[in-house]
Design a protein around this ligand. Structure first.
Ligand code: PMP
Length: 490
């Protein structure tokens, strides 16, 4: 057996092996998953813009006008007029002086952290920050201090103790796997008090929080007070790519030093045009944000009514914490069989012992779809012997109240330099015995009914994007003949 085969077998044994599931069609509220119709409840297409006809059409038109590939790095010959236009629009949206596009949120985070911190500096990072931040910290070669989740006192204590070089405090604003929010105002105050810069990753806040869905930084009234705001185009903005908003000076510095920007091809024109169209839709029709928020509340309340320990809020990410990876996978499979898809999330994405289904509401779901999904989760869980009431509560309830600061607190030698979840550490996971998976046949959700209901509701509600699309574009979303004749005429 090769070493790779052994490692794969080990991942299988620990319940941590991954495989790709095949989705046919766009990221709509329902999809064909490996050929089976399911309600999609784990996509980050929060505002339903990835599959919006105006966004699709903008991307198609951009492909005809600018081509598909940007051809080179931004700094070589990859910066096109459309990149500049989106940067201007995003800077306006984020109320910042300047903006710089990156290939993805992952690339933006590793690029920005590496540019703002290096050997001899210190990065202060929330323990539940996204893996791209963790990797950015590692690549930067700075000293990394991991502070307890959302714990401002721990951050302050760390800043006081650790004062090597320039300091950078970095946090997700909405945490990707728990759907809770960082205390940004307090974090910024502490960072500034100690002369540290602050960087906020708004990947899951854009489109849900803040006035007009402008994010948690805007909601906290911190515009202009955070040194770098990173956002992604791949979630609420329905496309692919990312951006960093900052002062003109910092943006110029990033342009000169962020390696993931310098050494990587510029975002593709169709993706940039799609994001521009999505941003336009978000600004023209902010009720989509309201719809996402009310859908999140409906989903949360329906789950709570089924007994799941889910907090009443309007945040669209809802974790159902199962515990061991095998159990989370069984629950995922059981709900797919009943017609609802929410992928199980396991280590190293989340901490050992906290494997979960990560549910996400989208603005394009109907209330009845979300209510039905909650019943499906409860039925599937009970059938597997998992009582919803007995599941671990989601954050922030799970977080103990911050302990009083003790000057000589000892967090153990390993704690400081390490990122929270480390794939190398997964080998130390205790062995888990796989319980017998009960086989059952339960009524599968009737998707024809669901689809009909969705259409009826969409007709009534403001989202109604079919009409919107028809008004914007009387033609088919993308007609190659029409595009070719336009291009020839141009
Ligand atoms: N930051 C956070 C908080 C994320 O959740 C993600 C993606 N899951 C990223 C950054 C990376 O963004 P992208 O998918 O655009 O690479």
């Amino acid at each position: 057996m090769s070493e790779i085969a052994q490692r794969l077998a080990e991942l299988e044994r620990m319940g941590l092996a991954r495989r790709l599931r095949l989705v046919s069609g766009p990221q709509g509220p329902t999809v064909l998953l490996d050929g089976k119709p399911v309600l999609l409840l784990c996509s980050n297409n929060y505002l339903g813009l990835a599959d919006h006809p105006r966004v699709r059409e903008a991307a198609a038109e951009a492909a005809m006008r600018w081509g598909v590939g940007a051809g080179a790095s931004r700094l070589v010959c990859g910066t096109m007029t459309i990149h500049r236009r989106l940067e201007e629009r995003l800077a306006e949206f984020e109320r910042s002086e300047a903006c710089l596009l990156f290939g993805s949120g992952y690339l933006a985070n590793i690029g920005v952290i590496g540019a703002l911190a290096g050997a001899g500096d210190t990065v202060f990072s929330d323990e539940l920050n996204h893996a791209s931040i963790v990797d950015g910290c590692r690549l930067s070669r700075a000293e990394v201090v991991v502070y307890r989740h959302r714990d401002v006192e721990h951050l302050e204590w760390s800043l006081r103790k650790q004062s090597r070089g320039a300091g950078l405090v970095v946090t997700d604003s909405v945490f990707s796997m728990d759907g809770d929010v960082a205390p940004l105002a307090e974090l910024a105050e502490v960072a500034h008090a100690y002369g540290a810069r602050m960087m906020v990753d708004e990947a899951h806040a854009t489109g849900n929080l803040g006035p007009g869905g402008r994010g948690a930084v805007a909601e906290a009234g911190l515009e202009g007070e955070v040194d770098v705001v990173v956002g992604t185009l791949g979630k609420a903005l329905g496309s692919y790519g990312a951006y960093a908003c900052a002062s003109a000076e910092i943006v110029r510095y990033l342009l000169n030093t962020a390696r993931s920007l310098i050494f990587s091809t510029a975002p593709s024109p169709p993706a940039v045009a799609g994001a521009l169209a999505a941003l336009g839709l978000l600004q023209e029709r902010p009720h989509r944000v309201q719809r996402l928020r009310s859908n999140a509340r409906v989903l949360r309340r329906a789950l709570a009514a089924e007994g799941f320990p889910v907090a009443d809020s309007e945040l669209q990410i809802v974790p159902l914490i199962v515990g061991e990876p095998q159990a989370a996978m069984r629950l995922c499979q059981a709900t797919i069989e009943r017609g609802v898809f929410a992928q199980a999330i396991r280590p190293p994405t989340v901490a050992p012992g906290s494997s979960r289904l990560r549910l996400t509401a989208m603005a394009s779901h109907t209330h009845s779809e979300l209510e039905l999904a909650a019943t499906v989760f409860a039925n599937a869980a009970r059938e597997l012997g998992l009582e919803p009431e007995a599941m671990a509560p989601a954050l922030p309830e799970r977080v103990a109240a911050p302990e009083p600061v003790v000057a000589d607190m000892d967090f153990g030698v390993d704690y400081w330099p390490e990122a929270p979840f480390d794939v190398e550490r997964e080998g130390e996971l205790p062995e888990v015995t796989v319980a017998q998976v009960p086989t059952q046949a339960m009524a599968v959700v009737d998707f024809e009914d669901l689809e009909l209901e969705r259409e009826q509701e969409a007709g009534r509600e403001e989202v109604g994007y079919q009409e919107e699309a028809a008004a914007a574009s009387p033609n088919a979303p993308f007609d190659i003949e029409r595009e070719l004749s336009r291009a020839r005429a141009a």
